[in-house]
Design a protein around this ligand. Structure first.
Ligand SMILES: O=C(CO)[C@H](O)COP(=O)(O)O
Length: 159
């Protein structure tokens, strides 16, 4: 079985944590490839939207399996990534939420706040997160499918 391909990106508030996590991911035998979208030009104020959207698009396009996105809080990255069709992104700064983001919500994108969480806890969460997978036959699948149906039917939504 080939390993997971992970996209990583950050704005300037998240770059240190992103680099720490990218190193960890490269050393993880469950990961076959880490694509680093880097950090934006210091002069570009659209840092997290630009790179959050780009990394999420790589997941949506099948170029990466998952993404880890880091900004100050993780919130801007999550909002940005969720604008890409087919992407489910969340902030999760605790083990349980990170686990459920995959097992309940089939999230492909984990967002973290470099100004919120320390590197050791973030590394632990990312290491655990890699080990989780979504069960498409689980009771959660129908709920996630409804969100996808809404997204694909928009505008107007589904009944
Ligand atoms: O955390 C951020 C966005 O969610 C970002 O790192 C900082 O954003 P800003 O407060 O708008 O500079």
């Amino acid at each position: 079985m080939t390993g997971m391909r992970i996209a990583v990106a950050a704005d300037n508030a998240g770059v240190a944590l992103k680099n720490t996590l990218a190193d960890q991911l490269r050393a993880d035998e469950r990961v076959s490839d880490v694509t680093d979208f880097g950090v934006p030009d210091e002069s570009d104020d659209r840092a997290y939207p630009l790179l959050g959207l780009a990394a999420a698009q790589a997941v949506a396009d099948g170029e990466a399996d998952r993404a880890v996105l880091v900004c100050g809080t993780g919130i801007g990255m999550a909002i940005s990534a969720n604008k890409v069709e087919g992407i489910r992104a969340t902030v999760a700064h605790d083990s349980y939420s990170a686990e459920r983001s995959v097992r309940s919500n089939d999230c492909q994108v984990l967002c973290l706040g470099g100004r919120v969480i320390g590197p050791e806890l973030a590394k632990k969460i990312v290491g655990e997160w890699l080990g989780y997978s979504f069960d498409p036959s689980s009771a959660s699948a129908e709920k996630v499918a409804h969100i996808t149906e809404f997204e694909q039917a928009a505008p107007g939504g589904v009944g």
